[in-house]
Design a protein around this ligand. Sequence first.
Ligand code: HEC
Ligand code: HEC
Ligand code: HEC
Ligand code: HEC
Ligand code: HEC
Length: 286
Amino acid sequence: MCGLGMMASDVTMRMMRPRTAWGGRTGCRSVCALAATFAVACAFAAAQQPSSESTKVPDRATWVRLDCMTSGCHAKLAVQQFVHAPVSQGACDSCHEAADEAKHTFELVGEGAESCFECHEDLGDALEESDTYLSRHFPVAEGDCLSCHDPHASKLAGLLSSSYRERRYGRFDEDQFELCFQCHDAELVTEPETDETTKFRNGEVNLHHLHTGADGKGRNCKTCHTPHMSRQARLVREGVMFKKWKMPLQYLPTKTGGYCGPACHSARSYDRIQAVSREKPARPPK
Ligand code: HEC
Ligand code: HEC
Ligand code: HEC
Ligand code: HEC
Ligand code: HEC
């Protein structure tokens, strides 16, 4: 398509690694669209004009050199604060290839996350290291990147498709974490006491509610969780940043609760069946 006039070598970022088979796409917002062929509505302005010598579609030799962005058709794709590097460089063909040149239709070069892993190799490789990563987020393992990222550009940092509060502290508001609540039930946070909406509870005291401060000064989700995968269980991150200092965060799940090593506070345990006293010093489970 756009990149037809561009040699593969022009796409400097693209790694010429063979594509891995990555078929899964069953996340909440399914990425079936990834596999679908789609027609690009705009085509070339010229193609929509009545055919005459001056306005008809230029022959291939001419139009393959047109740039999809500067020709005006798809310029709006990049009118956002954060633009994906291959898009800003016009490397559309790293993800799209022509299905029918005459009809100006395109299909995606890979299914699911295949095309993403061409460049984001580290992430693709890490996902295959099942021994290193104790937890892998379901949509990530399924290659459903688009439920959280826009492939072209976004008004949100990290090319995120919906809100995910950056500020570490703040009053909890469901709208600030739409990214997560499109799949998870916000009740995992909002119920102060529960025996079902979350496993992160001590007896019936909801520790998500407590930490995210549904009532006041709360932490954001990423204080504790990574979005893709973690060497620890439950996507708990390995460390918490405080200014430039990374405090290790040791998390160990048990059958009925969990243990959090000293980090933000002294070591603590929680148990869903036998609530643990807050006064009691906690030891790592054996
Ligand atoms: C990183 C991969 C990637 C790159 C690079 C990329 N696209 Fe896309 N594009 C996608 C994916 C994935 C979809 C399907 C989106 C969906 O299903 O929500 C898509 C959809 C589209 C669509 C149809 C739907 C829409 O969002 O409007 C158009 C038009 C399009 N791309 C044009 C372009 C152009 C022009 C470029 C180059 C400037 C480009 N794309 C670069 C991945 C990419
Ligand atoms: C042709 C190469 C290429 C492809 C294909 C590609 N990316 Fe990227 N992506 C990049 C580069 C280069 C960066 C910038 C990296 C950096 O700054 O360290 C980037 C950055 C990102 C970022 C971080 C943006 C930010 O502002 O922090 C996200 C998220 C991302 N890509 C997601 C994806 C997803 C999802 C796909 C598949 C739909 C994909 N990428 C496919 C090259 C690519
Ligand atoms: C559940 C939502 C979610 C899914 C699904 C997801 N990401 Fe992300 N991704 C994020 C968030 C949130 C960040 C920002 C990291 C942060 O702020 O800690 C991020 C950051 C990134 C970055 C920037 C570098 C980094 O690792 O921080 C890249 C690249 C990226 N994602 C690629 C992908 C690819 C490729 C997929 C699909 C295999 C994917 N993501 C699936 C939420 C997601
Ligand atoms: C596309 C849907 C989707 C999105 C978006 C999503 N999740 Fe998930 N997440 C799942 C599914 C499915 C599971 C596995 C089933 C379960 O345990 O509920 C899961 C599991 C989890 C787990 C438990 C992991 C484990 O190993 O036990 C955590 C923690 C989590 N998600 C956090 C988040 C956070 C934080 C966000 C927002 C950045 C988010 N999720 C966004 C679908 C999603
Ligand atoms: C103080 C750290 C912390 C914060 C902040 C936090 N979580 Fe969790 N979360 C955990 C722990 C620990 C677990 C594991 C509970 C268990 O299985 O015993 C968990 C589990 C989960 C699960 C799996 C289902 C469940 O509730 O048991 C999801 C989904 C999840 N968190 C999403 C979120 C979202 C979304 C946010 C932000 C609104 C968030 N978390 C904030 C520590 C945290």
